[in-house]
Design a protein around this ligand. Structure first.
Ligand SMILES: CC(=O)SCCNC(=O)CCNC(=O)[C@H](O)C(C)(C)COP(=O)(O)OP(=O)(O)OC[C@H]1O[C@@H](n2cnc3c(N)ncnc32)[C@H](O)[C@@H]1OP(=O)(O)O
Ligand SMILES: N[C@@H](CCO)C(=O)O
Length: 399
């Protein structure tokens, strides 16, 4: 079998436009955005005691940073998201297209917007596929990182870019976990924080779903302990991980209505024949929902690195803003001067609205959970861009 081509976006050290202390990068950014840039932040000590000796943080940005460095907005991507929030000058739509730009809810005539790739990711920041000090990819040697480690790396990035504080830090799902961690770790640098479809600590069920995904990859014979970069990538394991995850991202009602028990066009899943599956497909004769999940798996395998998937998933499993900080109320009290927006998707069965209620109740001050109506489940925070925009406009970006 040929080695599948994995398009992981621009690698950390090649293809990103490097930002150095000397470059007048903010002036050069202008309005457009859509260009992957990177900063070197040096060594990073990790929460659990490890050390990354040389770390790159990749980001995209839109708008212009003001002289005081105070008009900046940080948008945090979800588990398999990239830095590409908005099309900007590029040709490819972003994952929150329409939210950021001149005259949009987050108006880049006023605000400077930035999205950084998570530490351990595969969209430009240092991750398992990056080349280590010895000239070979980290692979199995990439250390365990936490959400807090990524936030610390992002703070060093902000220092390097001259961003003293954020007008707002905004994120959905894992991006919401990162946004909340920012507000609690650096409350003096965050004025407003939006936590969408996320909670204060990963729950037992979220950890359980994550374990199945991680094991799917680790048990792929091509995983080779994580050192597969010179060989065949563990695409079957990554594809299975995505299938498991994707089911949790959608609602039972949506799947029932959309696919029901229908057969995929031209296929007959109850023919009784046991035909061998084709590469990238669960089997040859499928229900429509199987074909849909095969497609979602195929798409992720084409754009994501399996080791990064494990590293980021394990970071999300570790998410707990109370670690080392007392009770939930005590931990959140650190962010008493931060203005919060907590929002949940009404049909979310991965990050239940009740968990957002729990977070809102524990935050200092009065906080009401805002509802995003969507029949599809967790992914509603990505598909209901207008609803997310309306909430942000009302709370953080009045015209
Ligand atoms: C390249 C990057 O940088 S991506 C990074 C940014 N992305 C993210 O952050 C999130 C990752 N993306 C996602 O999670 C999802 O794609 C979402 C949530 C954004 C999309 O949700 P939706 O718009 O509801 O898409 P939906 O789940 O309906 O999937 C549509 C796809 O399924 C396909 N599909 C639908 N039914 C079937 C079927 N029976 N068999 C096969 N494929 C099917 C459609 O053809 C479509 O394919 P396409 O995406 O290749 O065009
Ligand atoms: N579809 C999203 C869901 C995770 O929140 C992603 O792939 O990042």
């Amino acid at each position: 079998m040929a080695t599948p081509k994995i398009d992981m976006g621009a690698p950390a050290t090649d293809g990103c436009e490097p930002v150095t202390a000397e470059s007048s990068w903010s002036a050069a950014v202008g309005q457009g955005g859509g260009v992957l840039r990177s900063v070197q932040i040096g060594a990073l000590e990790l929460e659990t005691g490890g050390l990354l000796t040389s770390v790159t943080v990749a980001f995209e940005c839109w708008g212009t940073l003001n002289a005081a460095g105070t008009n900046a907005v940080l948008i945090q991507h979800a588990l398999t998201g990239s830095t590409h929030v908005s099309r900007g000058d590029s040709e490819e739509d972003g994952w929150w297209e329409g939210l950021v730009g001149p005259g949009e809810v987050i108006d880049t005539n006023k605000y400077f917007v930035l999205c950084a790739n998570m530490l351990g990711g595969c969209y430009g920041s240092t991750g398992p596929s990056s080349i280590g000090d010895d000239g070979v990819p980290y692979g199995s040697r990439f250390p365990f990182v936490t959400i807090r480690d990524s936030v610390n790396a992002e703070a060093k990035m902000a220092d390097r870019l001259g961003i003293t504080s954020w007008h707002a830090v905004i994120g959905g799902s894992m991006g919401g976990a990162r946004a909340l961690e920012w507000a609690i770790t650096f409350p003096e640098r965050v004025h407003r924080c939006a936590v969408v479809a996320a909670c204060a600590a990963s729950t037992a069920e979220q950890i359980a779903f994550a374990q199945a995904q991680v094991l799917a990859i680790r048990q792929d014979p091509n995983f080779a302990g994580g050192d597969y970069y010179d060989d065949v990538a563990p695409t079957a394991g990554l594809g299975l991980a995505r299938r498991i995850a994707h089911i949790t991202y959608r609602s039972e009602a949506e799947m029932g209505q959309r696919f029901g028990r229908a057969a995929q066009d031209g296929e007959n899943p109850v023919s009784g024949k046991r035909l061998p599956s084709k590469p990238g497909r669960s089997r040859t004769e499928r229900y429509r929902v199987e074909s849909y999940l095969d497609h979602q798996a195929h798409k992720l395998v084409g754009r994501f690195d399996a080791n990064s998937y494990i590293v980021i998933t394990e970071a999300l499993m570790s998410h707990d803003v109370t670690r080392g900080r007392g009770t939930l109320k005590e931990a959140l009290y650190r962010a008493q001067d931060v203005e919060f927006l907590v929002a949940a998707v009404n049909s979310d069965r991965l990050y239940f609205p009740a968990q957002s209620e729990e977070l809102a109740a524990a935050l200092p001050g009065e906080n009401t959970v805002r509802r995003i109506d969507s029949p599809i489940g967790h992914d509603g925070f990505l598909t209901e861009v207008e609803a997310v925009g309306n909430l942000l406009k009302a709370s953080f970006f009045p015209v």
